[in-house]
Design a binder for this molecule. Sequence first.
Ligand SMILES: Cc1cc2nc3c(=O)[nH]c(=O)nc-3n(C[C@H](O)[C@H](O)[C@H](O)COP(=O)(O)OP(=O)(O)OC[C@H]3O[C@@H](n4cnc5c(N)ncnc54)[C@H](O)[C@@H]3O)c2cc1C
Length: 411
Amino acid sequence: MSESASKDSPEQAEFRQYCRTWLAANRPPDPQVRLPLSPLEIMTTEQLSYLQAWQKAAYDAGLVGCDYPREVGGGGRKDCQRVANEEMLSARTPYFPNVIGLGMAAPTVFYHAQEALKQRLLPRLFSGEDIWCQGFSEPGAGSDLASVQTFAERKGDKWVINGHKVWTSLAHFAEWMILLLRTDKSHKYDGLTYFVVPIRAALGSGVTVRPLIKITGETGFNEVIFDNLEVDDSYRLDELGKGWQVAMTTLLHERGAGELQTPRAGGLRNKGGHVTSASSLIEFARTAERDGRAAAEDPLLRDRMMQQLIREVGWTQSQRRSRVPALLDHPMRLQLQNKLLGSEISQDTAALALEVAGASASLYLGDENAPAGGQWHLAYMNSYGMTIAAGTSEVQRNILGERVLGLAKSK
Ligand SMILES: Cc1cc2nc3c(=O)[nH]c(=O)nc-3n(C[C@H](O)[C@H](O)[C@H](O)COP(=O)(O)OP(=O)(O)OC[C@H]3O[C@@H](n4cnc5c(N)ncnc54)[C@H](O)[C@@H]3O)c2cc1C
């Protein structure tokens, strides 16, 4: 029995057994198409359809939205999403495509929307039938998010939106967007208001989505242009001018905090077969050749792989600590630390994999001679995005230093 299972409440123990039985019978078949490393790089309708079918099946079986109330399409359970996530991870199921919906939009809508809107939006969000995206960043507002300039002007019961969002992951498939807008130019923070917007319905008539190509050749994120898009006031979350507070709910969940307090839906961090883990690296080193023998036999590489493994185990333990209420002296400390370290450890593991591969590390996806099918090459390039998305490493360090440790503010 795993350590988590031994601490289960009776409800969790029964649910864990149910998840195991269901997953043993219903794990989806391997996809016919190559899946990207994470849902943020889904590019084709074939990839999306396969992953959407999986999310819908898991939702129908009660493995998604477990802890949300039944009235909004949830399972009405208590602290069971974690159990479902653990079981899906050990069954090595694919990830869910609606990662922004589950991780960020769902808790934000749940805490800040009117009841009728919650009941309308959340069931299709949990099932993955409606994909969601996040319209926060702009060309002039990233780390300094409160500088958002995309403007909503009030016209009776409607709002007219104009502006430019960027790096909007999954916007090319999204039905809905969570959107941070400026409604008052004279106040920085209090001039922001938060909306949910049906962007797919407005494509070509007020909304344009333009894919951006990454260094990997993948798209995944986009520019989104709003040109006189009209939305109803009923799509506003919380009060006028309270957008910054609502955005904090989103960001808290984006960075992994709030898990204890919040009914959190699924959304596995299972990166398409765990390619970026230290144990995958060790398996890879057993097959990669270096100086006429397996790279895993090189004493210097062995040392460095062990160091990566030790860091990764430490990070996993730190994630477990974030579930211990007595250790949550500051609501963001462990979550920010875990985001910062997790993204940097993955990056270092991928960089070491390229050293293990040696000269053939330059071969990429689609080259039959590429080691491990070019997945490590892809993981290395994508790892840089992960130290930027959801707040850059520099900004996480600033927040940890200033707000958690109480150090002097950086200039
Ligand atoms: C893979 C990926 C997916 C993303 N998906 C989305 C999405 O779906 N929706 C969305 O809204 N956004 C998304 N983003 C955008 C992301 O949130 C921003 O890129 C991030 O917040 C940084 O903002 P920026 O790119 O404008 O960089 P800037 O804020 O311009 O920063 C540039 C550099 O300056 C540094 N810097 C800035 N301020 C400070 C400071 N005070 N102290 C020290 N250093 C500082 C930064 O660390 C960085 O190195 C995504 C980004 C990536 C990489």
